[in-house]
Unconditional design. Structure first.
Length: 394
């Protein structure tokens, strides 16, 4: 997708130490809207997601890495050596944002904490995404999506008590935290316009998942009881003869009456057992059994049409492949070309114009832009060659 208008973040430079998903999902949004994101990677290995997925052991064409790193430039630096650290300091002098998702204290030990970097550039914004926060009993614990699902209470919350514990199949915590990190960075950039100074911004997987449960948390904190939209007695996922359907029996004056009509059942809401919400909760198993039996008697398309006639909230349960091929996906322009190779990626879900999302460059090969980044920072050709010979830049 291209645009002749300047992108919102054109002119913003980001030094990106992040890897795997939390951080890269945030910096990719910044890059998609015009920021110059310089990805700092380890020589010979790079971002863990280049090689940790059993798809491409050389890390040259891994779809997982590609999905999070378009529109970025890569420089591979040995930060154990003084010359490698000096390069970071030189880049920070003309940067706006430094992002990392290491454990608490790692950047400080490397000499790249906010106090250190703000002495070099008072306008710098340091953005941190961690597992559990910068202080406290879990500050130095390795953060990971599945751990955050467990520790935040998300894994224990189920629509039906008899469901086994399970791991949510999508990286829910990483993505939500990444988007919170984007918000923090943008807020800090706006505040810098007013104050002229940068600041440190921090988010964590743990806090993001608690925030995602704000409704459920408020119910527990104020009433001492559990709450879940998905556990409502008239809501559920049901098998049909050729697939499955999800029904949300809520947000109407008498949804059970409308469901009964759609399913060709007597008006169940007229039955004293089911006439009130409390009764429906008490007899949820009976209601869900009747729904299952009816839905199992015909096709998904048949039941979608019947339910929509009653203005009930419903949808077919699709596979990811079906969702990617859906007409709504095509109309929205959600799938984009990585480059002229024909390989495809998911674009940004944010639609705006002018200044729209653009794919300006494909995901970078490890260290592919090192020489260009150093030249822009004022390094001579001879100096760049010497750094390469010394293994500082690869």
């Amino acid at each position: 997708m291209s645009s002749t208008s300047p992108q919102p973040l054109s002119g913003v430079r980001v030094i990106d130490f992040t890897q795997v998903m939390l951080g890269p999902s945030a910096t990719q949004v910044l890059a998609d809207y015009g920021a110059d994101v310089i990805k700092i990677e380890r020589p010979g290995a790079g971002d863990l997601s280049r090689t940790s997925i059993p798809d491409d052991p050389d890390g040259l064409d891994n779809p997982v890495f590609q999905s999070l790193n378009r529109n970025k430039r890569s420089i591979a630096l040995d930060l154990r050596k003084p010359d490698g650290k000096a390069i970071i300091y030189d880049l920070v002098r003309n940067a706006d944002v430094v992002v990392n998702n290491f454990r608490a204290g790692v950047m400080e030990r490397m000499g790249f904490g906010y106090e250190e970097l703000s002495r070099i550039n008072p306008k710098i914004i340091c953005a941190v995404g961690s597992g559990f926060g910068q202080t406290g009993p879990f500050a130095h614990k390795g953060g990971q999506d599945i751990l955050a699902q467990a520790l935040s209470g998300v894994m224990r919350r189920k629509c039906n008590d008899d469901e086994p514990l399970t791991i949510y199949a999508t990286s829910l915590c990483d993505y939500s935290s990444g988007m919170h990190l984007v918000q923090g960075i943008l807020l800090a950039l706006l505040q810098r316009e007013k104050t002229g100074r940068g600041q440190q911004v921090a988010v964590s997987l743990f806090e993001s998942m608690l925030a995602m449960q704000m409704q459920e948390a408020a119910m527990w904190l104020q009433r001492g009881r559990h709450f879940s939209w998905g556990s409502y007695p008239l809501t559920g996922a049901f098998e049909t003869t050729d697939g499955a359907i999800v029904l949300v029996g809520a947000f109407k004056a008498n949804p059970l009456q409308d469901i009964s009509k759609a399913l060709g059942l007597p008006d169940l809401s007229a039955d004293q057992r089911y006439a009130t919400f409390e009764g429906q909760v008490e007899h949820k198993a009976d209601l869900q059994r009747m729904f299952r039996e009816r839905f199992a008697s015909n096709t998904t398309a048949h039941w979608i049409a019947r339910l929509e006639e009653q203005d009930l909230l419903c949808a077919p349960v699709l596979t990811l492949a079906e969702a990617l091929g859906h007409e709504q996906t095509k109309v929205n322009g959600t799938v984009v070309a990585r480059d002229d190779s024909g390989k495809l990626l998911i674009g940004t879900p944010i639609s705006m114009a002018p200044g729209a999302f653009q794919v300006r460059r494909p995901p970078p090969a490890l260290g592919a832009d090192g020489a260009a980044v150093l030249a822009e920072a004022g390094y001579s050709t001879e100096r760049i060659a010497a750094l390469k010979d010394a293994g500082i830049v690869t």
